[in-house]
Design a binder for this molecule. Structure first.
Ligand code: LHQ
Length: 260
């Protein structure tokens, strides 16, 4: 079978590259199976402390591979596919106890946009674009887009993005709060690698707890969130990295975090 997904580890960083460039990395079932395996291997490998997801060629990901859907079949139900193949990937990225950077190197459309937005830090090349392609083909946003869009961009933009399905530039996506930084195309891969290397040397357990707190935040009341912060802070304060962070601060030196 072709390598639908490439994966490599440099130091403490795993980079996963969607690898169907001829179709702008459209998501067929084989790719989704490989992507899940790669994401889960990053999750389970203690050596890996940061993950980058990007695309090969000129696209990041064009969403579900439409050539796998036969328009002549009266009802080709995507729900089982979503539940079995897409949800585990999105949920693994969000729940992963290490940071995930999505490096959006080109168009991110449909579920490809959902995948891009699942990252903890979303970087985009200048020529990248974002498209809620779903309504254009009579579908609704899936793979997390209706969760991420209102939370990141706000209701007004979420509705216009989903309903109008206009292709938006990386710069507009940054302005809408969907992207952390836009970078020159020829610097995206390097900058993503540099950022991942930096993040892989930070207090990984605190990062995991930060993700846990932020993942819960918008569904909690202030009181619930304060309580969650106290509980998670208690866990953070028991790590070696907390001791190292304070020692380094008091000694006026750069901390050396082990991730423990
Ligand atoms: C593609 C695709 C593609 C196959 C470009 N499939 N070949 C739904 C159902 C079930 C379960 C899971 O979830 C979902 C959610 C979804 O993701 S639904 C949304 C699916 N995606 C789309 O509707 C996007 C379709 N693609 C496009 O609108 C355009 O290709 C975009 C705007 C992404 C890029 O436009 P261009 O830069 O002009 O590139 P292109 O259209 O020329 O595409 C290049 C090639 O990639 C081309 O093949 P070819 O052999 O002619 O060179 C396209 O057919 C192929 N391709 N997207 N989703």
């Amino acid at each position: 079978m072709a390598d639908e997904v490439l994966s490599r580890i440099d130091g403490a960083v795993q980079t996963i590259t969607l690898n169907r460039p001829d179709s702008l990395n459209a998501l067929n079932e084989a790719l989704m199976i490989d992507l899940r395996a790669a994401v889960e291997s990053a999750r389970d490998n203690a050596q890996v402390r940061a993950l980058v997801i990007t695309g090969a060629g000129r696209g990041f990901c064009a969403g579900a591979d439409l050539s796998s859907f036969d328009p002549n079949v009266p009802h080709n139900d995507p729900a089982p596919l979503l539940r079995q193949r897409y949800h585990p990937v999105i949920e693994a990225i969000r729940a992963m106890a290490k940071p995930v950077i999505t490096a959006v190197n080109g168009v991110a459309a449909g579920a490809g946009m959902s995948l891009a937005l699942a990252g903890d830090v979303v970087l985009a090349g200048q020529s990248a674009s974002f498209l809620q392609a779903f309504a254009k083909i009579g579908l609704i946003p899936d793979a997390g887009s209706t969760y991420f869009l209102p939370r990141y961009a706000g209701e007004v933009r979420a509705r216009a993005l989903a309903l109008l399905a206009d292709r938006v530039s990386a710069t507009d996506a940054e302005r809408f709060g969907l992207v952390w930084k836009v970078l020159p195309d020829d610097q995206l891969a390097n900058e993503a690698a540099k950022l991942a290397a930096h993040m892989s040397a930070q207090p990984t357990r605190a990062y995991a707890l930060i993700k846990q707190a932020l993942n819960a935040s918008l569904d909690n009341s202030l009181s619930q969130q304060l309580e969650l912060e106290a509980t998670l802070q208690s866990q953070a304060s028991k790590t070696q990295d907390f001791r190292e962070g304070v020692s380094a601060f008091l000694a006026k030196r750069t901390p050396k975090f082990s991730g423990n």
